[in-house]
Design a protein around this ligand. Sequence first.
Ligand code: FE
Length: 206
Amino acid sequence: MMTYTLPDLNYDYSALEPHISARIMELHHSKHHQAYVTGANAALDAMAEARANDNFATLPKLQKDLAFNLGGHVNHSIFWKNLSAEGGEASGELLAAISEYFGSYEAFTKHFTAAAMGIQGSGWAYLAWDSMSNRLIIGQLYDQQGNLSMGSIPLLMLDMWEHAFYLDYVNVKADYIKAFWNIVNWADVETRFASVKANSSSLLLG
Ligand code: FE
C-alpha cells in the first residue's frame, strides 16, 4: 500500500531557469524526491511487518528511516511550492511580521542566508511559525529532520543539499542562495502564513 506519493510540480522542469536548471529540477524531483517517497512507504511497510511478527528488533532503524524519508518528502513538497518563475516580494501581513520579528526584510534575508550558508553537511534553511511563542523563527534543519522543535511549522524552505545546486553552481553556495531570492513564491508563503497563524496555537496547547 502506497501511503505517500510524489506530487506533480505546478510548473515545467525548465520553468525556473536560469536560476535552477531543468536538469537539476528533473533529477531533484523525479529521482531524489521519489527516493524519499519510496523510503517512507518502505519504512511504514516494514513497521507493519514488525507488528505482524511481533518482532521489533530493527525498530530504532525503521523509526530513523521513517523520520528521514518522511522529512525529505515533506521538505521537498513545500520547497517546490515555495518556488515560482515569477518570483516577487513579500508583502502585507507577512512582510509586517517579518519586520516585527527580524527587524527588517533586509535583516531577515541576511539571517536566512547566513543560516543557509552555515549548515555543516546537508540540510535546509527554513522560515517557520513557532506555535509555542506565536512568532516567526529561522532555523537550520540537519539532513531532512534534525535540529527543530515539534512546534515549528515550515513556511519557506531552502534545500542546501549539494544535489540541489551542485550541477549549476558547483561549490558557490552564495550564488545559489542569491538565485533563490529571485524565485521565491511569496504568494505561497503568505498563504501558509495566514493559515498557520489562524490555527497553530490551539494545535499545540489544546
Ligand atoms: Fe533535495
